[in-house]
Design a protein around this ligand. Structure first.
Ligand SMILES: [Cu+2]
Length: 106
């Protein structure tokens, strides 16, 4: 029992350290991302959660403007985007062009 408590405390401590990869959830609702921008550390991931009644299809656009299609997300489907490089990226929906957000990765 004592070792289990120690493990739990260590896990909480580790999660608070900079440089530890984190998963950050962003909702897709009413044709918008739930926030216009997010700042991440290298290795972090965004989890995009489609809470709309229709599909989304997000492109990840790098600093050169090159898109990577994350694929069609049916309603209720999430997609995880891990950022392994620093820089400024954009996420934009090809179905609803008003849905976009910027992501800075430090
Ligand atoms: Cu969309």
């Amino acid at each position: 029992m004592k070792s289990l408590i120690a493990f739990g405390a260590a896990a909480v401590f580790a999660a608070a350290q900079p440089g530890t990869a984190a998963d950050i959830s962003i909702d897709q609702v009413n044709g918008q991302f739930s926030q216009p921008s997010e700042t991440l550390n290298k290795g972090d991931a965004l989890i995009l959660v489609n809470k709309d009644s229709g599909p989304h299809d997000i492109n990840l656009i790098d600093e050169d403007g090159d898109p990577t299609d994350l694929g069609v997300q049916a309603p209720g489907v999430s997609v995880k985007v891990k950022f392994e490089d620093t820089g400024v990226f954009k996420l934009r929906c090809t179905i609803a062009p008003t849905m976009s957000m910027s992501v800075r990765v430090n």
